[in-house]
Each structure stands twice: as structure tokens, then as C-alpha cells.
Design a protein around this ligand. Sequence first.
Ligand code: AQP
Length: 332
Amino acid sequence: RPRVLSGIQPTAGSFHLGNYLGAVRQWVALQETHDAFYMVVDLHAITVPQDPEELRANTRLATAQLLAAGLDPDRCTLFVQSHVPEHAQLAWVMNCLTGFGEASRMTQFKDKSAKQGADRASVGLFTYPILQVADILLYQAHEVPVGEDQRQHIELTRDLATRFNGRFGDTFTLPKPYILKETAKIYDLQDPAVKMSKSASTPKGLINLLDEPKATAKKVKSAVTDTDTVIRYDVAEKPGVSNLLTIYSVLTGTEIADLEEKYAGKGYGALKTDLAEVMVDFVTPFRERTQQYLDDPETLDSILAKGAEKARAVAAETLAQAYERVGFLSAK
Ligand code: AQP
């Protein structure tokens, strides 16, 4: 089986609809066909200031949401990044292979550091794409299911893997991004020109999966569309309506063309009312399942312990090989 690897930050509160449709939904599907490794990336979470107790709680919360979304620990390896020390160890090697200018070109760093003020941004935030490179290469992943915003980091991963392999001999598999066109970028409901994101979206434009279903329905009903009335998929001319059609289509498994036909001659109100219902039907059981997992932290922790053991077996082998190749004396 080909291997996939991906990760998600243990965000405070809840995953948002962009995280789910852009990434986690694909993770669930890929565990059926691939040797799948998924992790909660707590090392990445400390690139910005965090509260220790909240980080611990958010790591369990992220795990509970991944299980609620359909990850099955018998079908995939689910673990927490800091439980596998090889990530930080390989990241150091990769840091030493990366040019300063090359790292400076990462657009996510530019965006995120601009928000914090460049002088306040941590060196960890600057090098986090390189930690991500290590995350992927440790598992010799063939594909990395992510949203469009991560494409540049997968390219960096390929560049660094090629560089390492060229300098030290074939060691790492070159991964490909696994990005589904239709859900590559889910947009903010209030500003369909920007991606839905926990840091950039206004509260009204961001659908948090664990919010009260009623509040979610309200956000859908007040989504920004346009002054036209026709329900048609056209990202350039009708970004708001197209975003709603994408969400509707993916959550119900209905082709967009069929939705366009269904709503021909009907107004935006009808589309929004129905989508609000679709969304409520989706988030209500998701919230319940998440809560059930959270109510049983021992089970969560034991799933993560087993996952870490499986992950370490793979990661340790790759790291040992990489260490040997760069010339570290092996510890006897
Ligand atoms: N709007 C989106 N559309 C499609 N995919 C998205 N992803 C995030 N936003 C969208 C994908 O979700 C996965 C996990 O991302 P993350 O761990 O970076 O989560 P996050 O930090 O909560 O994502 P945000 O909201 O995008 O964070 P900020 O605001 O800090 O930049 C990734 O595969 C990502 O592509």
C-alpha cells in the first residue's frame, strides 16, 4: 500500500470547516486505501505563544475530533507529534540543509509573521516548514493530503529530499501533494475572496465544527453572495455562491451540476436554508461523537500511545539511516 502522512494543529476550540473539507475528510477516505499516518502537530502549535494546560487539552480535543470525523485507529496510525522525538531530530538535519533565503520565501511564514509583527515572530515559526519536511520524510510518505495553502511546503519537502538524496545517497521518498481540486480552498463565508482560517476569518465567516448548530445555521444563512440571483458555479464571478455550492456538494455527495438544476429559478434564500440544514445534520452528530471521546480520556490516551509506538517504529528506522548517511558516529 502507498503511504500517506498528514497533520493538524491542536487548535483551541474546534476544527473549522476548511480543515475538515480541505484535509480531514480525505484522511478518512485514504485510510481505506493507504498505509496512513496522521498526527496532531503539537510541536507546530508552540511556534506561537501558548498556554501549557490549554495545549494539553487541545491536543486531546483534536484527537477526539479526528476520531469523531471517522479516523479509525485500527485502520490508520494516529499519534501526537511530540510523542515521536525523531521529528525534532530529523528537523535539525533538514534545517542545516535549508538556505536562509529559501526558508524566507515561505509565504505562510510571511503571512503569519506579518500578523505578529516580524520582530516578535519566533525562530520556530520561521523554521516550521522545515519541521514539516521532517514530518513527511520520516515516514517515506508518497502522498500528503492537505489544503492548497500547504502546497509550497510540500514543494520544499521535495526540494530538500532531492538535495539530501543527491548529497548523501538515496534515502527519502519524494512525496506528492494530495489536494482535491474541489475542496483545495474553502472560503470565508463573509469574504469569499479569502480562505476560511482560524486567524484571518471574522467569527461570522468561520464555521467551527463544534459551535452550537443553531449558530452555524445562522452563519450559513447570512453568508455573503452577490447582487445577482442565479445559482451557478462560477468562482470568478460568483465566489460566494460557488463556495456554498462546493460545501453543499461535498457534504451531501451531490454533483454541483445537479444542485444548479435543483435550484434553477429559486433564490439564494432557498439554497442557504437547505445548506443550513445540511450543515446542522453534519455537525450535530460530530459534536456528540467528539464529546463521547472527550468523556473518556483514558481511551484517547491509550489510542495515542499505541499510535506513537507504531509511528516510532517507522520514524526511528528512517532517522537512523539519515544519521548514518550524514556521518554521525553510531552510538553503541
Ligand atoms: N480554508 C481551507 N480550505 C481548505 N483546506 C484548509 N486547511 C486549512 N484551512 C483550509 C487545511 O487544514 C489542514 C490543517 O491545517 P492547520 O493545522 O494549519 O490548521 P489551522 O492552523 O487551524 O488552519 P488555518 O485556519 O489555516 O490556520 P491559520 O489561520 O493559523 O493559517 C491543512 O491541510 C490545511 O491545508
